[in-house]
Design a protein. Structure first.
Length: 173
């Protein structure tokens, strides 16, 4: 390759690179927040559905989290009762919203995936209105895994409180 051609290619590369880098500092335009379905803020009664646990097969002695397969449901239900924002009902037919809570633990997949997911559904249409996901940070020791699980559940509850509170209202009751 001739020296002139090399210089031209290098010059083109430098100009292209500088143009790309200059775009990094530009701010993304502010987007207007899309509306939150009014059923979420207006609901009074909710039914909590247990979406269960998805996990890689392990013998019970190898379980990474205490509380068994219903831990997520039980812990979320207790947190909802403690919050007191909604009346918890025993049937979806009596609810303004259905909260479907589930847990996924797949630490042996190529990308470790441990998460608590909450899906908010309209009980009349079964339409998914909103989804909140909280990721559980990986930890090697049982004590830290439990702490990280509890932290993820607290973060999920904080996200729900922010979502369910009308603007100007306090997120905690």
């Amino acid at each position: 390759m001739s020296r002139i051609l090399k210089s031209a290619v290098i010059g083109l590369f430098v100009v292209s690179s500088l143009h790309a880098v200059s775009g990094w500092g530009q701010q993304v335009p502010d987007l207007t927040a899309a509306p939150i379905p009014p059923q979420i803020a207006n609901a009074k009664r909710v039914f909590i559905s247990n979406a269960g646990e998805e996990t890689n097969f392990r013998l019970p002695k190898d379980a990474w989290y205490s509380g068994g397969p219903n831990r997520t449901y039980n812990q979320f239900y207790a947190a909802m009762k403690s919050w007191g924002r909604y009346e918890l009902v025993s049937s979806p037919a009596d609810a303004d919203l259905v909260f479907e809570i589930g847990f996924t633990d797949r630490p042996q997949t190529p990308i470790a995936l441990t998460q608590i997911k909450l899906v908010l559904r309209d009980p009349k249409t079964n339409v998914r209105l909103w989804t909140l996901t909280s990721y559980v940070d990986f930890a090697g020791t049982p004590k830290n895994r439990e702490k990280n699980y509890d932290t993820a559940m607290s973060a999920l509850m904080d996200d729900l409180k922010s979502l369910a509170s009308p603007p100007g209202a306090s997120a905690t009751k």
